[in-house]
Each structure stands twice: as C-alpha cells, then as structure tokens.
Design a binder for this molecule. Structure first.
Ligand SMILES: Cc1cc2nc3c(=O)[nH]c(=O)nc-3n(C[C@H](O)[C@H](O)[C@H](O)COP(=O)(O)OP(=O)(O)OC[C@H]3O[C@@H](n4cnc5c(N)ncnc54)[C@H](O)[C@@H]3O)c2cc1C
Length: 395
C-alpha cells in the first residue's frame, strides 16, 4: 500500500507548522498531528525576542565551544534573512520589529566576555558593534549609569508569538496541509518500508487512528520512537508591565545575567531571559502539558535585573506573570536532523526556537526532501547523541 503522506509532522507548534508550510510549498503531501490546539505550547507562550547575538546561556563555556558557537552565528545570519522576508513570505503582519538589540555588561570582566563574543561573531560576518558605556547611553538614554559597555546588533528585535504560528498555518492550509488537532501521537512504527503513526483521535473514548507516511518529523519535544534523544522540558517565567510612553526601541539583553527586555507596540514592557518555573508532576513524571508553577524568586530576580539595567522599570506596575515550558538539550544547541538508527525519522527541536523556527523549518525541508541542506546541520544532528542508544539500547 502506498503511504498517504510524504511527511507526518508530530506537534503543532511553530517548528512543526513552519516545516509543514515549507514542505508543502515544495510539493510534499503533509499532515500535522497536534495533541491539543495549534500553538498551545512554547510557541504561543514565549517572549517573541529575536536573538541573533550569541545569548548569555550559550557563551558560558565560550573557550570550549568556539566551533559550535561559530556555527550558531552562521545560523543567525541565515535567520536574519528569513525574518527580513517573513512578511512577504506569509503575506501578513506578524508584529515584526527589527530595530536592533543591545547586549550590555556592568563590569570590566563582563566587557571582556562581550569582546570575546564579538570576535567570534565578527569572524563569521555577523554585524555587531562594541559601544562603551557613554556611547551606549547616547544611543539608548534609558540605560543605567552602571552599564559599562554594550554590543549592538542592528538586526535584533521581536515579533508576536500569537501571530507567527497561525500565519504559517493559514498559508500551509491554502497549500493543502492537513492539520488534525486533539490527536496525541502514541506510537510510531516502521512496517513495510513506511512509517505507521498511531494517534488518539478521541481522548475520552481512547479511540485510535493510524496514518501511513514516508517520513516522520518529530517537533513535539522529548519523544522519539524508542530512541533516546535527550530533550528535557524546562519551565520558564515571563513578566509584563503596564503600558508606558515609548521608551525603548531595542531588545535589551545582558551578557552575564538572565535578562531580555523590550517594549511592545502597545507600550507594555516584556521582561524575561530564562528565569525558571517549577514543572508540575503528573503520574510521577514531569509534565510538559500542564503550566509550570511560577517561583517568586524568579520573578524578583528577573525584575531586579531589569531595574538594574533600565531604572525606569522601577516605577512601572507589574501587570502579569506567566510561565511556559520549552525543550532543551544538554549542550543547549538545537537537535535537527535524521535519527541515524531510524532512517526516515527526523527530529527538530530545542534552542531559541522562536528566533530560529522559520530557519530550522526551511533547512529541515531541504534535508527531508533532498537528503542535504544548504546550511550544514551536522553539528546539530541527533547523531551526536547516538552513544546513548548504544549504551541504553533502543527501548
Ligand atoms: C516562557 C518562554 C519564553 C521564551 N522566549 C523565547 C524568545 O524570546 N525567543 C526565542 O527564540 N525562543 C523563546 N522561547 C523558546 C521557544 O518558544 C521554543 O523554542 C519554540 O517555541 C519551540 O517550538 P516547538 O514547535 O518546537 O515547540 P512547541 O511550541 O512546544 O510545540 C510542540 C507541540 O507538540 C505538541 N505535542 C507534544 N506531544 C505530542 C504528541 N505526543 N502528539 C501530538 N502532539 C504533541 C504540543 O502540544 C505542542 O503544541 C521561549 C520559551 C518559553 C517557554
């Protein structure tokens, strides 16, 4: 029997929906299986920051990881070109603002880290410029007198997480992609040289359905056909203040503290940067489905960092705090590629997936349909975790 689909995508977040769009645009027959609603996960809960500079979490082992970091900068350059054309590609407004970003330091030691980062970014052709504290405050008068230096990347910015995934879905639907919601995938098996994907079509009755496909693309996180792909759910915290007059056109980050800060078009300040939230346990394991519980110390720490960098934040009232769950790998890099032990089974997850989602999707499409990609994905391949499968067995 001929398989019904060229690709079955598991997970209706940004990465899954963007992959479905690009695959379908290239002529593939695609189905997306989502256990709940489209965009219900990290893709609809995130801060919407476009991080093209190497982020604080990535440069903690800067001396050890130079090659990977250089590779990541190459991906950032590609992502900038994708974002510059996203309005035209999707034919709609996704709340995109690319007015630049500043990554700040507060001490000479932190400035050295910025300089080391600058060398890596410049060596790969990313546009970044070092400003001393005075120059940074001239460009961004809202910055605190504590700011010692800042790295300016003119392409950084933000977009609206509630608009981006639905825009991909709208275009993919026009191209004929089938989206099936309320469809929790429970098994993926190889039989007769094709994949058989089983999903619960009705969670109340446990009624199950199956589809057959040439390839499976898992964008649902920590989950892969009896194989060990180390993707872990982590809870993160976001804060939003009341509206204020236009204050900052830039995305603000810190080189050594967890902070991302920006102003929305409506005037609210969004404050995040990777502060933790407590995952809920369900049936003895961490749940990636239930909203994590917020931690007061995360909210306090996040707001403290924001006020230290932009003192005007102190006079604003906090409107709301929310949490979300994202997937990370042990090396904090994304996992993108075919699983060597399971030909035709692909994984795309991890990293700053809002910034890089459209780029992962374009590259994964090339990889699935042609066996190669225009930007090599080897450093991000699931093959780097193959030793886990030989050690633990494929169960
Ligand atoms: C609070 C927060 C702030 C963040 N801020 C930023 C930021 O500013 N910039 C940035 O670049 N990144 C940010 N991120 C990370 C970014 O949101 C994620 O990397 C990205 O959204 C991941 O997209 P995804 O499609 O892989 O995952 P998701 O959006 O989580 O989608 C996965 C989907 O799979 C579905 N699913 C799971 N299991 C199954 C199953 N068995 N069957 C069917 N479907 C299933 C889920 O329901 C979900 O809809 C943030 C994340 C969080 C949580």
């Amino acid at each position: 029997m001929k398989p019904t689909y060229d690709v079955a995508v598991i997970g209706g977040g940004l990465i899954g929906c963007a992959c479905a769009y690009y695959l379908s645009k290239s002529g593939a027959q695609v189905v997306v299986l989502e256990r709940g609603q489209i965009n219900q996960g990290a893709s609809g809960q995130n801060a919407g920051s476009l991080h093209f500079q190497l982020e604080q979490r990535l440069i903690q082992n800067i001396e050890m990881d130079v090659r990977e970091l250089e590779f990541h900068v190459g991906l950032a350059k590609l992502a900038i070109t994708h974002w510059r054309s996203i309005g035209a590609e999707l034919k709609t407004d996704v709340g995109l603002s690319m007015h630049g970003g500043l990554m700040v330091s507060e001490s000479p030691v932190e400035t050295e880290l910025l300089e080391r980062k600058l060398q890596i970014e410049r060596s790969q052709g990313l546009m970044v410029e070092m400003l001393d504290g005075r120059e940074a405050r001239k460009l961004a008068p809202f910055l605190s007198d504590n700011i010692h230096a800042a790295l300016h990347c003119p392409d950084e910015g933000h977009s609206n997480p509630r608009l981006l995934t639905p825009a991909f879905v709208a275009r993919a639907t026009e191209l004929g992609v089938h989206f099936i919601t309320g469809a929790r995938v429970s098994a993926v098996q190889r039989a007769n040289q094709q994949w058989q994907v089983t999903f619960e079509a009705d969670t109340n009755t446990g009624n199950r359905k199956q589809i057959h496909c040439e390839n499976v693309l898992n964008t649902a996180g920590a989950w892969a056909v009896n194989l060990h792909i180390p993707l872990y759910p982590v809870g993160l915290t976001m804060n939003v203040t009341e509206k204020t007059a236009p204050l900052m056109p830039f995305l603000i980050q810190h080189v050594a503290r967890k902070l991302s800060l920006k102003q929305t078009e409506d005037g609210n300040l969004l404050i995040g940067g990777g502060w933790g939230a407590r995952l809920q346990q369900r049936s003895g394991s961490w749940s990636s489905n239930a909203s994590p519980h917020f931690k007061l110390e995360s909210v306090r720490g996040n707001l403290r960092a924001a006020v230290d960098v932009v003192p005007a934040v102190e006079s604003l009232r906090l409107l709301r705090t929310w949490t979300g769950t994202t997937a990370i790998t042990p090396d904090l890099l994304p996992v993108l590629g075919e699983v060597p032990q399971a030909p035709g089974f692909f994984v795309a997850s991890g990293g700053s997936g809002f910034t890089y989602g459209p780029t992962y999707a374009a590259l994964m499409t090339e990889l699935i349909l042609t066996g190669t990609s225009s930007y090599p994905l080897d450093p991000f391949s699931p093959a780097r975790f193959s030793s886990l499968n030989s050690f633990m067995g494929q169960n």
